[in-house]
Design a protein around this ligand. Sequence first.
Ligand SMILES: [Zn+2]
Length: 711
Amino acid sequence: MQRAQKILQDTFGYQHFRHHQSDIIQALLNDQDALVLMPTGGGKSLCYQLPSMIRNGTGIVVSPLIALMQDQVDALNELGVKAAYLNSSLDNETQYQTEQQLINGELELLYVAPERLLTERMLSLLERIHIALFAIDEAHCVSQWGHDFRKEYQQLGILPERFPNVPRIALTATADQRTRQEIIDQLKLNDATIFVNSFDRPNIRYTISEGQNPKQRLWNFIQQHHSNDAGIVYCLSRKKVEQIAAWLSNNGREALAYHAGMPAEVRQAHQQRFLREEGIIIVATIAFGMGIDKPDVRFVAHLSLPKSIEAYYQETGRAGRDAEPANAWMAYGLQDVITLRKMMQDSDGAEQYKRIAQHKLDAMLALCEITSCRRQSLLGYFDDELSKPCGNCDTCINPPQTWNGTEAAQKALSCVVRTGQRFGVNYIIDVLTGEENERIEKFGHDKISTYGIGKELNNSEWRGVFRQLIALGYLDVDVEGYGSLRVNEQARPLLRGEIDLQLRHQLKAETNKSAKSSKKKSALRSVDEELFNALRDQRTAIAKEHGVPPYIIFHDSTLQEMANTRPDSLDAMRYISGVGEQKLKKYGREFLTIIQEHPLSELLDNNLSDTVNETLMHFDKGNNPSNIAQQRDIKLTTVYAHLVEAISSGLLDARQVVELSDEEYNEIINALEMIDDGEDNEPKQKRLKPVFEALDEAYNYEVLKCVQASL
Ligand SMILES: [Zn+2]
């Protein structure tokens, strides 16, 4: 294990193992098999890469995803690890060379597609060489019930027969109990030690945003939280994908569409740009994301509701694989509920399939409507318990208010019944609120008892009520009709007043406050932003030159740490997480130069809080306090309070902040000192009033505070 620790530091540039990594590596070094369940971003690949480098021979990695193979091999080569891959994308010459390297024992790792591995030619080739271990990645592909089923995976059970003494490790990021057992059975891993990590992704903030105009809400979200970041926006249809991509582009963001109806080469080009450039937004149907291992996707947004919690977890899981703060944001409203309910009932297929699908959708809707912690509920679905509310989801940060909606629900349900269960939401709301229109008169619904009985709620509040009644299963959406509503059996006790119904209050649009607080979660201080951007540009340039995605050079978190700690020598650079020997040698000098070119000004080199420093940064650039207040959208008194802090700590002189002649300055000092004398135990601020009065109210309190701070 000492050797493993050393490789972790020297080659990968990390100080510590995470999760069960060291136990897993130990097991493989002891010739044992292992089954590893670890969420994406948990550091799965290290579990087989490291032992492959330590054990005698080559580690053979089975992976179903060609794009991912190339990425991983590129990343390993950057670290100075000898790795290669064999799949159908290579020409004959390259294949031949790779095989020769393998035979000559020159490779530490070889990635191979399952269908290639299973050819007799490949198997007998492998029998002639030393094999360190077999790693079977994405092991859930053996499950014929899962959505990633790969037939060849089921034949991997021959490995222990042909190679009885080679340890095997199977890995996956998604596996419930049943899939877990299938992996063990199919791959013959009965003696394997099982390592299960929590499925929690604590760095992802879950937000399910309800209300109307989802497009505008999406834009606000992106502007407030991710104005420069890479992200994925999921939409339900191809048409919508095209529209949203065009709309985001018109608004000034680099946004690319991705869906199955596009020519393969355009899709490929968009994916490449997403991987290789900074700050690209991909707008996609769910077809996008499989086989993408971009660690710095900062947000995943859903403009439509996923059909199950599994899908939601998997899709949102593409955010923040580098463990840095990321957002999973979803727009949710009445229309989503109606559309999905209709789709479920519409779909043909066996009754059993429909029932399961319906059940999964119910669970998803319940997640949208809960008033307690989203993460607890999400993990609970995977039998993974979180003992306390997470503090990093919308319901934890902004607890929703509930109200007793029993009476409103009864009115809504009766109105559906009275109008003959033939109408959609909008019409029913018109009747409830006593709208006067031709259609209502034509049907005579202005004469029924429920006409106008719901004037206490406005249109959008009623939409909220109906959304929840449909989501909770009290109202069905008719398939045949045009979204007409029917009262479900389940609603009887509610109509009879036997149960109380608590409903969510519609939240006001996400406030600026929450946006700012989440921004602070990022490890990057505002005073380091300029340096960080320069480091990022350098990284992009190198990546372009090498033809690899930028994150293969350095992760964002590594650049952030550089910006934050500003190492002044190669030796100091060595302690930055993510900088191994190879990368230090290759890039250390270049990045060091950039750090030296962006020194922290004397004013900003301090231990004051981030917000104070942001004010100081503006001040440093020559902005006056009222300008700063305007630009930062904070109160003028707050700006002065920040500047007073800087004066107190000796970073600024009072007269740099407030304009005073020598005479005026001395006058204030005298007044302060005179009145200061007597009452030493009172807080400083309180004593300003007499000073203010003694000076005939000629100077305002901000001026006095600044001078006072300099004493
Ligand atoms: Zn929470």
